[in-house]
Design a protein around this ligand. Structure first.
Ligand SMILES: [Zn+2]
Length: 295
């Protein structure tokens, strides 16, 4: 049994860095304790690390402990492992307490925050130009980052019961979206709290976060095409749900609504004008179409 062999933290971190991922949050490596006590390279990866916490144990020598601050050396792997554990738990229908760190320099730009600061005027103009109201900016806790990796970006947090589960960054001086590493886009949605709200009012499912924002709070975005995990979440929706995918994805949108109906959801499908997406569609017109789709 262990206890006679001292393995330094640096060696443990080195072991962690060489470990291979095996499943939900668990990584396996060759055991440094076994190698030190036997003087032999190990053929099996008996050393198991729970990457989100740094806890480790060996199936062979039974050595166990915790690599202190494993995140210092392995921050991205830790973020991924945490997100993976959360995703697995959510798929099993468990409630998970989790949060995702905001990007460095994140500043709220809604009313009463950075709204009056000149250095955020470009971010503010960008978001208003996308048809987003100032009250939505405040309600959705939208902010901006001026420098660093996500510089000159509007940042829209993806919230789950008020907690950050990731965010969407949109540069306001060029095209394209960025998502942070470790965010499980396939198992979160923008405005996902609206799905479980107790209401008879219809809600719409759109693709992108900026498709949903002009229609907030009646739109939820799956941040791309709907995934299998998204479908599991949508199956549980009890309020009327209108599928409003981009005009180039009409067949998928129609099929999704059909499947959800078979699963007992009051789902409908809304057809957009050719070449358009919900983000550039007039909110009043779209809401009318959503109501009409349930007739
Ligand atoms: Zn061992």
């Amino acid at each position: 049994m262990g206890g006679y062999t001292e393995i330094s933290r640096a060696e443990l971190l080195d072991t962690a860095a060489r470990a291979v991922r095996t499943g939900s949050g668990y990584w396996r490596a060759h055991c440094p304790f076994c190698e030190a006590s036997e003087g032999l390279a190990q053929s099996k990866r008996n050393f198991t690390i729970r990457m989100s916490s740094g806890e480790y144990w060996c199936w062979k020598c039974a050595e166990k402990g915790r690599i202190q601050n494993v995140s210092e050396a392995m921050s991205w792997a830790v973020e991924e492992a945490r997100a993976e554990e959360v995703e697995t738990a959510l798929l099993q229908g468990k409630y998970v307490e989790s949060s995702f760190p905001a990007p460095e320099g994140f500043t709220l730009i809604g009313e009463g925050y950075g709204l009056t600061a000149n250095r955020f005027s470009e971010a503010r103009e960008y978001i208003i130009g996308r048809g987003v109201s100032l009250s939505t900016v405040a309600d959705c806790e939208i902010g901006a980052v001026l420098s660093g990796k996500y510089r000159r970006s509007v940042v829209v947090p993806v919230l789950d019961r008020g907690r950050w589960r990731g965010y969407v960054c949109r540069r306001y001086d060029r095209k394209g979206y960025l998502y942070p590493r470790g965010m499980q886009r396939g198992s979160v949605m923008f405005n996902m709290d609206a799905l479980t709200e107790d209401s008879d009012e219809p809600i719409m499912l759109v693709e992108g976060c900026f498709d949903a924002l002009p229609h907030y709070p009646v739109a939820v975005a799956c941040l791309g095409k709907p995934s299998a995990a998204h479908y599991e979440m949508l199956k549980k929706v009890r309020r009327p749900l209108a599928i409003v995918l981009d005009a180039d994805a009409q067949r998928e949108g129609w099929a999704l609504a059909q499947m959800l109906q078979l699963d007992g959801v009051n789902a409908s499908y809304v057809k957009l004008r050719p070449g358009s997406d919900p983000g550039d569609t007039d909110p009043e017109w779209l809401l009318e179409e959503v109501y009409r789709s349930f007739d």
